[in-house]
Design a protein around this ligand. Structure first.
Ligand SMILES: Nc1ncnc2c1ncn2[C@@H]1O[C@H](COP(=O)(O)OP(=O)(O)OP(=O)(O)O)[C@@H](O)[C@H]1O
Length: 504
């Protein structure tokens, strides 16, 4: 990459450091200007436009933050990188909230310095290429790990409701910076789709997007999966393998179900994010990583912080920018457009003409509580397409035992959901044990006990998942197990969500 025409303003009051940064950048080919105070920087900014502004936070006549505020209030396009003192996480987060592209911690590691400036610069050079890139949805393959397969095609965030318009606007506004983003919403509301959109609209679009299901990884494997492992680090590690951080280098790391991460791993993740370095299991060396973190949760993480289930410092780090997607029942006006888009998607994947929903089907849909949100709607339509034999689709009416009046993932701080349609009372939770009694032990002893037990477990899981339109949290609740457990069991027994393209 050529930096020849890239102008950078470096603001620092320590002449030695200023010279060090200046020389480092000159060697890379940038055109460098310097200032030693807020006032000097303002004078330079008045005279010309720069591509990048790098400023120390503490300056003799004020704070670097004031320069960020100037850029913002004047609508200027400079990308700002802020240097903060080690351990002052608050400053870094405040700078990102103020619109800084990224931050560096002092004492500044020069390799990281070059990397961060190049990353800011790349965004500018790629501005024209912000349109969707072919590789935007690539998930780096991790043999035997629960990363998700890349979606077959780019999927747009559909929904004419005001709130979805605001979500799209927010994505467009924040995609370009390095600020960590926390996406909140019930299961199936489209959190992963938002993460993909953030990645696609960032300057990292041509880099990898790695999606990790934090709730699906057995606790003892977390460290190796996140940070990689050296050959011989544990039994069975017969070759070096990279972790999610290395796989996402230069791109976006999407940490789904972040609230499911155990506390011990939360501490390690915080360190990796702060230091931008990871140490693979069994290695003495740390490796620098350049990833943008987007995380998602259906949980009320603020409440989890109160109860000590989630680390406050990590929450603070991940939640620099927050995007909330309301449940579908609170934006019913999105349903017709979503149906149309989902039917087009289903038709194009099966090579069939796009089916139309009958008036009756739309009426029936209005009676569905859709606790599994867009994913449930998608599954409902998939079933309808599979069962229909004409051009017009019918939709199965909501079943009394399938409708689930409580939100699948309630946000504790939010008011009770307002349903358009009254929903039937939930059935007693004690149905599950009765069902289990239906599995009589075989007359003859099984020749392979494990295979026999696996068969039963698989059958129960598939039935529970189907009952809830493959909403894993609802199915896990129904079976009295945790989300982590159901994900692990699905992984082990190779049970796939049909909307991911693989039949159970
Ligand atoms: N606004 C939307 N427009 C189009 N498709 C959508 C929208 N929201 C969700 N979907 C589709 O619904 C399905 C579920 O979305 P997604 O996986 O992003 O939800 P999620 O909130 O991440 O779920 P979970 O928490 O269970 O992982 C996907 O197939 C996605 O493409």
């Amino acid at each position: 990459m050529s930096f020849e025409n890239t102008t950078v303003l470096v603001v620092d009051d320590e002449p030695d450091l200023r010279t060090l940064y200046e020389l480092t950048l000159l060697r890379e080919g940038y055109r460098v200007y310097t200032a030693g105070s807020v006032q000097e920087a303002r004078a330079q900014l008045q005279q010309r436009r720069f591509e990048i502004l790098i400023t120390d936070m503490r300056l003799p006549d004020g704070l670097g933050m004031e320069l960020l505020q100037d850029l913002r209030s004047q609508g200027r396009s400079e990308r700002a990188i802020v240097m903060t003192a080690y351990g002052s996480a608050d400053n870094a987060v405040a700078a990102l909230r103020e619109g800084a592209f990224d931050y560096l911690t002092k004492p500044v590691d020069l390799k990281q310095f070059r990397q961060v400036v190049a990353s800011a610069c790349q965004g500018l050079q790629d501005a024209a290429a912000l349109a969707p890139a072919q590789s935007a949805f690539q998930a780096a393959p991790q043999p035997g790990t629960p990363t998700r397969p890349a979606p077959p095609a780019q999927r747009e965030l559909i929904g004419p409701s005001l709130v979805m318009q605001q979500v799209r606007e927010r994505i467009a506004k924040v995609a370009g910076s390095m600020a960590p983003i926390l996406v909140r919403g019930e299961s199936g509301t489209g959190k992963e789709l938002v993460a993909q959109s953030l990645h696609r609209n960032s300057q990292r679009a041509s880099g990898p997007m790695v999606a990790v299901n934090c709730g699906a990884i057995p606790e003892n494997l977390l460290e190796a999966e996140f940070f990689g492992a050296r050959k011989g680090a544990y039994t069975g590690a017969n070759q070096d393998r990279e972790g999610f951080f290395q796989a996402a280098h230069g791109g976006t790391l999407f940490l789904d179900e972040i609230g499911e991460l155990p506390l011990s791993m939360q501490a390690k993740l915080l360190r990796a994010i702060q230091e931008r370095k990871v140490r693979p299991l069994g290695s003495q060396q740390e490796e620098a990583v350049d990833v943008r973190i987007v995380s998602a949760t259906h949980r009320d993480l603020a409440a989890d912080v109160q109860t000590g289930r989630f680390r406050q410092d990590l929450y603070y780090r991940l939640n620099v920018i927050d995007i909330f997607i309301p449940p579908l029942r609170e934006r019913r006006e999105d349903v017709p457009a979503l149906c149309q888009a989902l039917l087009e998607r289903i038709a194009s994947e099966s090579g069939q003409p796009v089916p139309q929903l009958s008036a009756q089907a739309l009426h029936t849909l209005a009676g569905h509580a859709l606790p599994g949100n867009v994913r449930e709607l998608e599954n409902l339509l998939l079933r309808s397409v599979a069962l229909s034999d004409g051009a017009f689709l019918d939709v199965e009416p909501a079943r009394a035992d399938a409708a689930h009046p409580a939100p699948v993932h309630s946000q504790a701080a939010e008011p009770a959901p307002a349903y358009e349609q009254p929903t039937p009372a939930p059935k007693a939770a004690a149905v599950a044990p009765q069902r289990l009694h239906g599995f009589a032990p075989p007359q003859d002893l099984p020749a392979d006990l494990q295979a026999w037990l696996d068969g039963i477990e698989r059958d129960i899981l598939v039935r529970a998942l189907q009952e809830f339109g493959f909403n894993r949290t609802a199915a896990a609740n129904r079976l009295g197990i945790s989300l982590r457990q159901i994900r692990y069991r699905m992984e082990r027994l190779q049970i796939h969500d049909p909307s991911d393209g693989v039949q159970p």
